[in-house]
Design a protein around this ligand. Structure first.
Ligand code: TRP
Ligand code: SF4
Length: 400
C-alpha cells in the first residue's frame, strides 16, 4: 500500500497549554493512527526570530516533548525528533538556496508582517528571510505528502510546492530521460509495465487523478526498481523529468476556538493560559477567578453567555444538557457563576488526569525521553539521507 506521509513541526516554546492541545495536538494524535507521521521540534526556527536570546531552547524542547507524550502522541506510532539533530535539513536548505529567487522569499506574507509585528527586533537578517526555505527543506527532505498546519502557515506550504516544482524542473532533466524511463518500465515486468502504461495514458489523456494515484501505488510496491528508476517513472507519469522532490499538500488545522481565561486567544504571553500539566489546585483557582460576563455584577443580575469566556469553555467541554443548563440558568440568573464554572473545572481536571500520569513516567526517568528522541532522530536521518543522495546527484555533487 502506498502510505502518504505526514510531517509537522513546532517551535520549542516550552510548556504547552490547552490551546495547543485542542488546536494542534489532538489533531496529531488522530493523524498518527491514519498515516506514518513525523513530528519534530523546530529548534532552528526558534533562532530565526530569537537569535539574540538563545538560552532555553533545549529546556523548552524537552518540556514540549514531554507535553506531546503526555497529550497522547505515541512514539511507537509517530517518529519524534529534533530538527537540529538531523543536520541534513541544513544541507538541503543550503542547496535549495542556490535556486531560490529572492523575490519569492520577500513575497511570503509573514516576512513583512512579522517584521512589523516584532519591530522591537532586528529581523533584517539572512536567516529570517530564509526561514520559509528552511521550512521547505524540513518538509521536502522527507518527501512528505501532507502537512497539518494552521491558516497562517498555508503560504509557506504553497511556497514549498513552488520550490519543489522549480527544483524538479531545473534538476530533474537528465540527458536521454525518455529512453531511460522506457528501460525502467521494462524492469517492472510485463504485467505491471502494461498496467503502468495504461494508467499513464489515462492520466495524461484524460487527467484522471485516480489513475495517477494507482500508478504511484504500483511504483511504491515495485521492489525490484532502483531509486533512480523509481523517480524516473514517477516523473514519466506526469510528463517532465524525474520527480526528485514531492510537492506537499496542506491538511488545514481548524483554528482553535480555545479562548484564554480573559476571552482573548490563549497564549503564554497574555498570561491567560492553563498549561497541559497545570497543577489541579491551580486549575481550580484559575477557572474560579476567570472573567465572566462583565454586565453580571451581582448574583441576581441576568447574564449573557455570549459575552462570557466561561461559555466558550462550555462549548468545548460540555454536553448538550449542561450547555442548556448554562444558557437558561445564566439568562435567568438561576445559577451563579461559581456554580456555572464547576462542570468546566471538572472536565478540565478529567482531561488532564491521564496527561499527568503519562508525564510522570517521563519526569521520573528523563532517559526515556532521550531514548525516544534518539530513536526518532535516527529514523528521520535515514529518510533524510536517502533524499539527500538523490538531491546531491541531481545537482552534480555525487562523489561516490
Ligand atoms: N513554521 C512553523 C511554525 O512556526 C513550524 C515549522 C517549521 C513547521 N518547519 C515546519 C511546520 C514544517 C510544518 C512543517 O509554527
Ligand atoms: Fe458566564 Fe456562566 Fe456566569 Fe453566565 S453564569 S456569566 S455563562 S460564568
Amino acid at each position: 500500500m502506498y502510505a502518504e506521509k505526514v510531517l509537522s513541526g513546532m517551535r520549542p516554546t516550552g510548556r504547552l497549554h490547552l490551546g495547543h492541545y485542542h488546536g494542534v495536538l489532538k489533531n496529531w494524535i488522530k493523524l498518527q493512527h491514519e498515516y506514518p507521521c513525523l513530528f519534530f521540534v523546530a529548534d532552528w526556527h526558534a533562532l530565526t526570530t530569537n537569535y539574540d536570546e538563545p538560552g532555553g531552547i533545549v529546556e523548552n524542547a524537552w518540556e514540549m516533548i514531554i507535553d506531546w507524550l503526555a497529550a497522547g502522541v505515541d512514539p511507537s506510532q509517530a517518529t519524534l525528533f529534533i530538527q537540529s539533530r538531523v543536520p541534513e535539513h541544513a544541507e538541503l536548505h543550503l542547496l535549495l538556496s542556490m535556486m531560490t529567487p529572492l523575490g519569492w522569499l520577500e513575497r511570503v506574507p509573514t516576512y513583512k508582517d512579522q517584521q512589523e509585528k516584532l519591530s522591537h527586533k532586528d529581523l533584517t537578517t539572512y536567516g529570517f528571510l530564509g526561514y520559509p526555505l528552511l521550512q521547505a527543506a524540513d518538509i521536502l527532505i522527507y518527501r512528505a505528502d501532507k502537512v497539518p498546519v494552521g491558516e497562517d502557515q498555508v503560504p509557506h506550504i504553497e511556497f514549498t510546492r513552488e520550490i519543489a516544482r522549480r527544483f524538479n524542473h531545473i534538476f530533474g532533466r537528465e540527458p536521454g530521460f525518455e529512453d531511460k524511463a522506457k528501460q525502467a518500465v521494462k524492469k517492472l515486468g510485463s504485467k505491471r509495465a502494461k498496467l503502468y502504461l495504461e494508467l499513464r495514458t489515462r492520466f495524461q489523456e484524460k487527467g484522471e487523478a485516480d489513475a495517477l494515484e494507482q500508478a504511484h501505488a504500483l511504483l511504491d510496491e515495485a521492489q525490484s526498481l532502483s531509486h533512480g528508476d523509481k523517480e524516473r517513472l514517477f516523473g514519466y507519469l506526469e510528463g517532465g523529468g524525474k520527480m526528485i522532490l514531492v510537492e506537499p499538500g496542506v491538511l488545514l488545522t481548524e483554528a482553535a476556538r480555545m479562548p484564554g481565561l480573559d476571552g482573548q486567544k490563549m497564549s503564554k504571553s497574555y498570561n491567560n493560559a492553563i498549561t497541559l500539566r497545570e497543577d489541579p489546585d491551580s486549575v481550580r483557582k484559575k477557572i474560579r477567578t476567570m472573567q465572566t460576563d462583565p454586565q453580571r455584577v451581582r448574583r441576581t443580575d441576568a447574564g449573557d453567555p455570549e459575552k462570557c469566556p466561561v461559555w466558550q469553555f462550555h462549548v468545548i467541554y460540555s454536553d448538550a444538557a449542561v450547555k442548556e443548563w448554562v444558557q437558561s440558568g445564566c439568562r435567568s440568573a438561576g445559577i451563579g457563576c461559581i456554580e456555572c464554572k464547576q462542570p468546566v473545572i471538572d472536565a478540565v481536571l478529567k482531561e488532564q488526569e491521564p496527561m499527568h500520569e503519562r508525564a510522570q513516567v517521563y519526569i521520573d526517568d528523563p532517559q526515556l525521553v532521550r531514548n525516544i528522541i534518539a530513536d526518532g532522530c535516527e529514523k528521520a536521518r535515514k529518510l533524510a539521507q536517502e533524499t539527500m543522495r538523490d538531491v546531491r546527484e541531481a545537482m552534480g555533487l555525487d562523489y561516490s
